[in-house]
Ligand binder design. Structure first.
Ligand SMILES: [Zn+2]
Length: 97
């Protein structure tokens, strides 16, 4: 029980609890965000299929390697351009991407 709860406990339970409730809400939100980002990416991929640019790197125009598209069908860039961007941002890609 956190110190801030000593006055109102136990009435405030679980709103003051350092509980999994808040964390799982955050997690659900994060998952939702991630899912909608994936849906947007899929939608974009479908558009690129429709206009014939699917599988081409949006930066250099080179065809994206087939194994990369198999691993990540919504990939926008070839490995070289993706690595350049990730190095520029100083971030590693999420696992599996
Ligand atoms: Zn490229």
């Amino acid at each position: 029980m956190p110190a801030s709860c000593s006055r109102c406990a136990p009435r405030c339970w679980p709103s003051c609890a350092p509980s999994g409730a808040a964390r799982s809400a955050d997690l659900a939100f994060a998952l939702e965000e991630r899912e909608s980002a994936e849906l947007v990416a899929i939608d974009e991929a479908l558009k690129r299929i429709a206009d014939g640019s699917y599988g081409l790197c949006i930066d250099c125009g080179v065809g994206i390697a087939t194994p990369r598209l198999h691993a990540n069908p919504t990939a926008l860039r070839c490995v070289a351009c993706q690595e350049k961007i990730e190095h520029a941002q100083g971030t590693a890609p999420p696992a599996g991407y």
